[in-house]
Design a protein around this ligand. Structure first.
Ligand code: NAD
Length: 498
């Protein structure tokens, strides 16, 4: 593990618990079966902490606690303003404990500390505040003008909202998911990814400190096939939000389908960037290199297919190559690190396997990538960034690799670029880069995906819905005003007049 002397005392104390327990009904709980699992520092390959392994019985306890809190704690009956006070208090605590949360996030995911500190953690606080404030300015009771009747519609929280989340942005995704559900008055049960449960469990300390009624927020760490499957199939939940791969999304959706529980799926992507010849290719290359290497490329929506106008191909490539090679790879806690390790050995092998398979299918390596060695951290799961080029049906142009790998293709005409982007089975996010805004706007609307970005990539302002279509998901998305209403059931009240 990273030198323990560099760890903040609160982080050290947290990691030294044997085990780090889960949070159910406002208390720290052991697993019923007494099992544990290790959480590993991907920068060193060493065990960071031992975590209580929740299974079906623990999920059951967590769902019961959440149901009980929904019915009896008074949380769902608070006014939106009163709930907003809790969410703001929690956001303030997230800010106050930013350093600890960021250190844990960096250690567990492998991401550079500065990114966790400046990005992931403040984003969590922002989500809590944004939905708290949005809820305060929203009307939950609306008259419906129809002739012959007095009618109105009123919205109520559903009950228990369950979340199964991935490992790439644990805290940020906790914020995106639970904030609207809590603001709406639901109680929540979260199953973080087994690779990165630590920051979400630490967050529960803050929930406690913010004095949330017991059972409003519950976290059960554990494996997907056991804890995740048990939560998805639990008849006591009222909503499910799943973020992860399409393969697991299908399983979660079918389990929820059996209980007729509405499900939101935020799945993978194969984002493209279309770069026209009227931009500064060096500037765009720099931004796309940053996009494909942030979080070691383990970002669902990032730009992984780069479509470059043939007129700027050479100049773009020269800068991209130089930038990719200047990325400083290292441990997340090393301040000089620009790109950390892959999250696990399994993920590293997945990235390396794709590079091999892509080239076996005829792709040409513009920058070969491969395993990276980092001095002082011989057992970390490091990879180098890579660039490939080839045919659009190459496996590396089709599949989500989830690593710092860009697949480059040339184009001449607008229609050709649009066709190349829309070949993907995914539909999460793409970007268009052009000085001609009329063209950029036109193309942005022709790209089939939940999100089109112009002259930027990975843009997530709160208030703008972020969702996928096709293989990238369904069910409403996150981050928008609509997300708040997704956690409220509608009820119509009607009385005949006269
Ligand atoms: P994953 O699908 O393997 O796991 C996601 C979660 O599902 C984990 O908590 C895991 O434990 C759980 N799980 C695994 N098997 C399960 C089962 N049988 N039943 C219920 N739960 C189960 O995904 P991952 O590897 O953690 O994350 C990477 C994927 O997530 C990528 O495809 C990425 O694009 C996607 N992602 C999407 C978004 C988005 O907003 N669209 C954001 C982040 C990540």
């Amino acid at each position: 593990m990273a030198d323990r002397k560099t760890l903040l005392p609160a982080v050290r104390e947290f990691l030294d618990q044997r085990p780090v327990r889960m949070f159910i009904g406002g208390r720290w709980a052991e697993a019923q079966a007494k099992g544990t699992f290790p959480s590993v520092d991907p920068g060193d390959g060493e065990v960071l902490a031992t975590v209580t392994e929740g299974r079906a019985a623990d999920v059951d306890r967590a769902v019961s606690a959440a149901r009980e809190a929904f019915r009896k704690s008074g949380w769902s009956d608070l006014t939106v303003k009163e709930r907003a006070v809790f969410l703001h208090r929690l956001a303030d605590l997230v800010d106050k404990h930013r350093a600890e949360l960021a250190q844990l996030e960096s250690l567990d995911v492998g991401k550079p500390l500065a990114q966790a500190e400046g990005g992931d953690v403040p984003d969590l606080a922002h989500s809590l505040r944004w939905y708290a404030d949005f809820a305060v300015h929203t009307r939950l009771r609306e008259p419906i003008p129809v002739s012959g009747f007095e009618a109105w519609q009123v919205r109520f929280p559903y009950g228990v909202a369950a979340f199964v989340l991935p490992w790439n942005f644990p805290l940020l995704l906790v914020g995106w998911n639970i904030s609207p559900a809590l603001a709406a008055g639901n109680t929540v049960v979260v199953k973080p990814a087994e690779d990165t449960p630590l920051s979400t469990l630490y967050f529960c300390k803050l929930v406690q400190e913010a004095d949330f009624p017991p059972g409003v927020v519950n976290v059960v760490a554990g494996y997907g096939e056991t804890a995740g499957a048990a939560l998805s199939a639990h008849p006591g939940i009222n909503r499910m939000g799943f973020t992860g791969s399409p393969e697991v999304g299908r399983l979660v959706a079918s389990a929820c389908g059996k209980n007729l529980v509405p499900v939101k799926l935020e799945l993978g992507g194969k984002g493209a960037a279309v770069v026209f010849d009227d931009v500064d290719p060096a500037q765009v290359a720099e931004q796309l290199v940053a996009a494909v290497t942030v979080n070691t490329g383990q970002v669902c929506c990032t730009a992984t297919r780069w479509l470059i106008h043939e007129k700027v191909w050479d100049s773009f490539l020269a800068v991209a190559n130089e930038r990719m090679q200047s990325i400083r790879i290292g441990h997340g806690l090393d301040p000089a690190t620009m790109m950390g390790p892959a999250v696990s050995e399994k993920q590293r092998q997945r990235i390396l396997g794709y590079l091999e398979q892509g080239q076996a299918e005829g792709a040409q390596a513009l920058l070969p990538g491969g395993e990276a060695k980092v001095a002082g951290h011989p057992n970390g799961f490091y990879v180098k960034p890579a660039m490939l080029t080839g045919e659009p049906d190459n496996i590396c142009a089709r599949d989500e690799i989830f690593g710092p790998v860009a697949f480059l293709m040339r184009f001449k005409a607008e229609d050709e670029a649009v066709e190349l982007v829309n070949r993907s089975n995914y539909g999460l996010a793409n970007s268009v880069w052009s000085a001609d805004l009329a063209r950029a706007n036109r193309i942005a609307e022709r790209l089939v995906a939940g999100n089109s970005w112009i002259n930027g990539h990975n843009l997530f302002p709160h208030g703008v819905p972020y969702a996928g279509c096709n293989l990238s998901g369904c069910g409403g998305g996150v981050l928008g005003p609509e997300t708040y209403f997704d956690y409220l059931r509608q009820q119509s009240i009607v009385r005949p007049l006269g």
